[in-house]
Design a protein around this ligand. Structure first.
Ligand SMILES: [Zn+2]
Length: 452
């Protein structure tokens, strides 16, 4: 059996791993490359295997860097089933059509302004392609054995990263490969902790925060102090948030801070149609959560939902303090852009970054101290305070990962570090070798290894 790293090797995004036997091919994850342009261009390369020759796809969770390439493979001839957990199925129904819509908008924008070398610029895929891809999704429950195709079995266990996120154990000819997907925090207030590492011959382990430890502070306290000081100076807190996962965690914290009167009674807006829809999915799937029904209802009511674009723009003209939670989480698109364009120049305001910021994104520029940002073709001054809250991260840090590995009953024969930038992945490799003595390494993009 062979395993080929078709993405998320030496970088966080583009999760795609191909398992090949003499008669079968199964792809685990089918993600988009995001961030730097040289990575995004990989989305345009021909897929190394004819999509029609892939028998099945198994998804770990709904984020686009794990699912967003699916519409291309389905359009180009993939005909097999795509397995995912029931919650991932529902989230894909929101994320994939939106991604197709954004691709179409980008291509139209490039054509209007003559940006593209290709004339006309074509979208990577369309909304219609994404909707067709949804039809091949097959929900598969957690904690049960499933058959992906002849001779390939798999099982989903909680990964604790976002609702529905799974770590996957794939068994082929008696060899077990565990894919961690994105691994969540051990003490997330909404999600159960990641399941113990299943017995594995080989492990593909995420390393997004392989070189970092989350600060020990209390994210509730951090959020309260940011909102408090911003409101005192008459400013607004803008929180770019991932529609799925981070938004609901933020709403939970905001609900608690308001209920406990730890923040002033100012309006809180949720301004992202996708995040609002994701919050509805979240409320319909309580099985994946640690919260009781009353808490889920409170989370859904923590913010005023903004529907139309006119309402969204009107928020920027208000003159009193407020909190705006808006997507996208790395400020690469979505309504958060016009809030940033309108509010970043005012030093009374605060921009709070709430999760991983991929290199090349506006979020990463802000995190690194940029004092101007290009938005909609114009440079915007950044005079607002910028706060990075790593405590709100959806990824385990290296201490949590090492603790998770340390509790395993047996060491895998080999561990491959994926979903991390080079420096983070290599830092985690050293720590695992030093502390646990496990054999591990960072694979190369498009590298093939023999397993078994
Ligand atoms: Zn993720």
């Amino acid at each position: 059996m062979q395993l080929t790293f078709l993405g998320a090797a030496g970088t966080v995004t583009g999760s795609r791993f191909l398992i090949s036997t003499p008669s079968r091919r199964v792809l685990v994850d089918c993600g988009l490359f995001q961030g730097l342009k040289q990575l995004r261009l990989r989305n345009r390369e021909p897929f190394p295997v004819a999509p029609a020759e892939i028998d099945a796809i198994i998804l770990t969770h709904a984020h686009l860097d794990h699912t967003g390439y699916l519409p291309v493979l389905v359009r180009d001839g993939f005909q097999g089933p795509v397995y995912c957990t029931p919650t991932t199925h529902d989230f894909c129904g929101i994320l994939l059509p939106d991604s197709g819509h954004l691709q179409e908008e980008e291509a139209a924008f490039a054509n209007r302004h003559g940006f593209s070398k290709h004339r006309p610029a074509l979208p990577l895929y369309t909304r219609a392609d994404a909707e067709r891809a949804l039809r091949v999704l097959r929900p598969a429950a957690f904690h049960e054995e499933h058959q992906a195709t002849d001779g390939v079995r798999f099982r989903y266990d909680y990964a604790g990263h976002i609702p529905g996120a799974a770590l996957v154990t794939v068994e082929v000819g008696g060899v077990r490969i565990v894919f961690s997907g994105d691994l969540g925090r051990m003490d997330d207030p909404l999600l159960p902790a990641p399941a113990p590492l299943p017995a594995a011959d080989y492990l593909l382990l995420e390393s997004t925060y392989g070189d970092r430890r989350h600060p020990p502070g209390d994210p509730l306290e951090d959020l309260a102090s940011v909102i408090g000081r911003t409101a005192r100076r008459g400013g607004t807190v803008i929180i770019p948030a991932f529609a799925i996962g981070r938004t609901q965690l933020l709403l939970y914290y905001l609900h608690r801070l308001k209920a406990e009167r730890r923040i002033p009674n100012i309006p809180i807006f949720l301004d992202s149609p996708m995040a609002s829809e994701a919050t509805r999915v979240f409320s319909r799937r309580p099985d994946d959560l640690k919260l009781d029904d009353a808490e889920v209802a409170a989370v859904c009511k923590a913010a005023e939902v903004v529907d139309s674009v006119e309402e969204s723009k009107a928020i920027d003209r208000m003159t009193y303090p407020r909190v705006i939670v808006s997507a996208s989480g790395m400020a690469t698109g979505g309504r958060v852009l016009h809030h940033l364009a309108a509010l970043a120049p005012d030093p009374r305001n605060t921009i709070m970054l709430s999760g991983f910021q991929a290199p090349g994104t506006r979020g990463a520029q802000l995190r690194d101290g940029a004092r101007s940002l290009k938005i909609h073709g114009r440079y915007i001054q950044v005079n607002a305070e910028v706060v990075v809250s790593d405590g709100l991260s959806a990824h385990a840090d290296y201490d949590e990962i090492l603790g998770w590995l340390d509790a395993a009953e047996q060491a895998p024969r080999e561990t491959f570090l994926v979903h991390g930038e080079q420096v983070a992945a290599d830092a985690l490799r050293l720590r695992i070798q030093d502390r646990l003595g496990w054999r591990c390494r960072v694979p190369e993009y498009r590298e093939t290894v023999s397993l078994g």
